[in-house]
Every structure is written in structure tokens, then in C-alpha cells.
Design a binder for this molecule. Sequence first.
Ligand SMILES: [Zn+2]
Length: 172
Amino acid sequence: MDNPELGLISKFEYDQLDICGIKVYFCKDRSNITISIEDAKTVLSIIPEKHRQEIPRIYFVNYFCENHEVKGRHLAGLNYIVIYPHAADKLKQVLFHETGHVLWDRLLTPEQRIKFYYCMLAEAPITADQNDVLARHVFILENFANSYWFVLDNIFDSKKYPKIHEFILSIF
Ligand SMILES: [Zn+2]
């Protein structure tokens, strides 16, 4: 799989750890990293084991994303999660959101993805351009990842979005 992010990752050396059963690669050069291994352990332990098993790798890298606002990324296809050095203050948000992307790819069946799409249609207007198929797809993916994060973080508004809430609970 040809992903430019892999080129960046491979410029550094990593300590290979097992955290809550997940293969975690922590950059040996931690000059920019403000996240401790303990922090990572605390957040990852909240993710159900069934979901942790779907995450092939997490990289805690020492370089920043070109867009400094971005604190984490999910590598499509590979399903690796990349956490940038300054994610400490939003570690739960970033790890839960990116895990949501992994679960969409690896855990959900095509039928479940369609079901989520219909939950969205029923409760959350899809604001992406009607004619832009890719934008609509990304909109659904991002909303799924956020819904997963909100449910796991106990901040989901289940009164406003009961169908989406019920769907997310169904994958636990
Ligand atoms: Zn996302």
C-alpha cells in the first residue's frame, strides 16, 4: 500500500509496545511528544477489547501534520492510526475518533454501513453537496467516527439522535 504518510513514519525509530493488546509504536525521539505512555494506556483501556482487536497499529510520531490543527489520522486501507505529538489535550477525542474510522473499515458489514446511513438521513441532515458523492461519503464517515467518540466519551446526545445512538450501541 503506497501511502505518503508511511514514508514520513519510516524516517524515525520506534519503541514497539503492547498497550491493552494493541501494537503501539512510540517514537524513540520524543522531543515534540507531550503524551506519556501512561496517558495512552489510560485512554486505550476505555475502548472495548472487541474494538481494540480491530486496530492493527498505532503510531505516536514525533513530526507534525502539515496542517497543525490535525492531531491524528487514520490511514485508509492499512487502518493504522497516527497520533501527532501535540494531541495530549485531546487524546481521548483523537483516539476514539480514529478508532471509529478503523471500526467502519474493519468491523462494520456493508449492511451495517447502510443502516448507519439511514440513521443519519433520519436524524442529521447531510450538509454535503447533494451531487458530490465523495463529499457525502466523507460526511458519513466523519459523522460515524464522531458518533463513536461521543458515545465512548459519554457525551452523546441520545435524546436528539436516538437512532444513531442505538446503532452505535449495537456495535458494542
Ligand atoms: Zn476523521
